[in-house]
Design a protein around this ligand. Structure first.
Ligand code: AP5
Ligand code: MG
Length: 214
């Protein structure tokens, strides 16, 4: 089963993808996480995408599709694509790549949440290099600034600075939101009310997947 998680930056795609991956054994492929790993390792790809990501723009479709192509063959059957595709070109590219392995996109879950809520969430996000993510208002670590899981110092992502948050929102509206009608017309589109607490959002995702027999 191939799921696409679509929605505003900060709508909770990564949080829910991690939960579904842990509880239902999905592979979780987040292009944002992948690029951040490459930046941390200082690879050529990391150096290419670093400034693009810190400025809130999108990495080019060519680079993104090359990265996905290099991963897709080794992925298990159940995959969550988180934050990819982000343009209509990427969606078409994904279809072509999946077709090579006789696979297809089975469902697109759209994380519906208001713009002002995502601005609040992104401003309150603190991340850890171990992958754990906190919201300092609704889900803070036990000790301020320190990860509960690994004890490392938490940091604010470069692209969670206020001016970059608004750029990412503009980019989402211009380039990513056309995917809503793209997938709606294909009958793959499911709306998830992502403005509720995390466990409730997860419950709705589980219900949608089982009701639709996805
Ligand atoms: P990426 O990492 O994908 O960022 P994004 O889409 O902007 O999404 P976020 O990770 O910011 O938000 P999320 O929806 O995962 O929310 P989260 O669960 O963390 O991409 C980063 C950059 O990489 C892009 O800007 C671009 O430059 C590049 N890139 C990546 N993919 C690309 C592609 N395909 N094409 C081109 N470029 C690409 O939650 C956010 C916060 O809210 C957290 O603090 C969390 O704890 C909290 N939270 C989550 N759920 C809830 C809830 N229910 N209630 C309250 N708080 C909640
Ligand atoms: Mg994310």
């Amino acid at each position: 089963m191939n799921l696409v998680f679509l929605g505003y930056p900060g709508s909770g795609k990564g949080t829910q993808a991690k939960m579904l991956a842990e509880r239902k054994n999905f592979a979780h492929l987040s292009t944002g996480d992948l690029f951040r790993e490459e930046i941390a390792k200082g690879t050529k790809l990391g150096q290419t995408v670093k400034d693009i990501i810190s400025s809130g723009k999108l990495v080019s479709d060519n680079i993104v599709l090359e990265v996905i192509e290099s991963k897709i063959g080794s992925l298990k059957n159940d995959v969550i694509f988180d934050g990819f595709p982000r343009t209509v070109e990427q969606a078409e590219g994904l279809e072509n790549l999946l077709e090579k392995y006789s696979r297809k996109v089975d469902a697109v879950l759209f994380f519906e949440v208001e713009e002002r809520e995502v601005v609040k969430r992104l401003s309150a996000r603190r991340s850890c290099s171990c992958g754990r993510v906190y919201n300092v208002i609704s889900n803070p670590p036990k000790k301020e600034g320190i990860c509960d899981s690994c004890g490392a110092a938490l940091f604010t992502r470069e692209d969670d600075k206020p001016e970059v948050i608004s750029k990412r929102i503009d980019v989402y509206k211009d380039l990513t939101s056309p995917l809503i009608s793209y997938y709606r017309t294909q009958g793959l589109f499911h709306i998830i009310n992502a403005s509720r607490p995390g466990e409730e959002v997860y419950g709705e995702i589980e219900k949608t997947l089982s009701e639709e027999k996805i």
